[in-house]
Design a protein around this ligand. Structure first.
Ligand code: ACM
Length: 265
């Protein structure tokens, strides 16, 4: 199977313009099975006001961005994972949706909010779901979630072969270094679909990355270009958790020694 990221600069406050940019690149992903877009791909990131965040949000499966994602899945036959500024009642979530040709399959809401995100978004309340597409099992994390090794491990233990990671990274290259390491440590595939461009005082770092269970970087995008990257994924490799004939990545764990991980410092 083939996995792809689409790196671009969403247009802050203008979902229609963001969709036009995605539309101009996405045909290059036509032969992929799963395509990942950046965090908040409809709205942009660095909101100037709560009103701007609200006006550029939509309910998953209902608004123009959701219709656009569905239409692209129907046109190309792939699955899309996209960061979305999600409205639910009077709340906003920084979310990621998994969409197929019949509509929304699943959703994740960002747990670990970065910097001033709590001014706009509620922390995620859907846990760490893993979705079975038949040809692979897929989980989603969003941007700053990357610094918490616990969430990668939990998703891998739930059977994720692939973790899709829509991002708007701003710290200089830190996450891009961690992605192949997390892929290696959990023997999974990871696609970090980062964005590029500048919004106010934030400079987004590009370098979208696809890493494999051996910790190899299969593809890395440029630092500032709007472009796609595609790589081949071998599901069997992600399902083989034997580090040696006598060492299994999960069976060899010592959970009795890890209780501290479940305590709040
Ligand atoms: C981030 O979590 N968007 C840095």
């Amino acid at each position: 199977m083939k996995i792809a990221h689409l790196q671009f600069a969403p247009v802050l406050g203008n979902p229609q313009a963001s969709m036009e940019k995605i539309d101009s690149l996405i045909s290059q992903c036509a032969n992929a099975d799963v395509v990942i877009l950046p965090e908040l791909a409809n709205s942009g990131y660095n909101f100037q006001s709560k009103e701007q965040a609200w006006e550029t949000s939509e309910e998953t499966g209902k608004g123009p961005f959701s219709e656009f994602l569905l239409s692209k899945c129907q046109q190309y036959g792939f699955h899309l994972v996209a960061g979305i500024n999600e409205r639910d009642g009077d709340k906003l979530f920084n979310s990621s949706v998994l969409v197929g040709k019949d509509g929304v399959i699943g959703k994740y809401r960002k747990m670990h909010l970065f910097w001033n995100e709590p001014d706009f978004f509620q922390p995620g309340d859907l846990g760490l779901p893993v979705f079975d597409l038949g040809f692979c099992k897929l989980g989603m994390l969003i941007c700053f979630d990357w610094i918490f090794p616990e969430v990668w491990r939990i998703m891998a233990m739930k059977g994720a072969d692939l973790i899709c990671h829509p991002s708007n990274l701003v710290l200089p290259g830190f996450c891009q270094k961690a992605i192949p390491v997390q892929a290696l440590m959990n023997r999974i595939y990871i696609v970090t679909a980062n964005r590029v461009g500048i919004e106010g005082d934030l400079n987004f770092t590009g370098l979208s990355t696809i890493a494999d269970p051996k910790g190899e970087v299969l593809h890395q995008a440029s630092q500032s270009g709007e472009e796609v990257g595609i790589a081949t994924m071998d599901v069997a490799l992600a399902r083989d958790k034997m580090m040696t004939p006598r060492n299994h990545l999960f069976d060899d764990r010592k959970p009795g020694e890890y209780a501290l991980l479940c305590e709040k410092k």
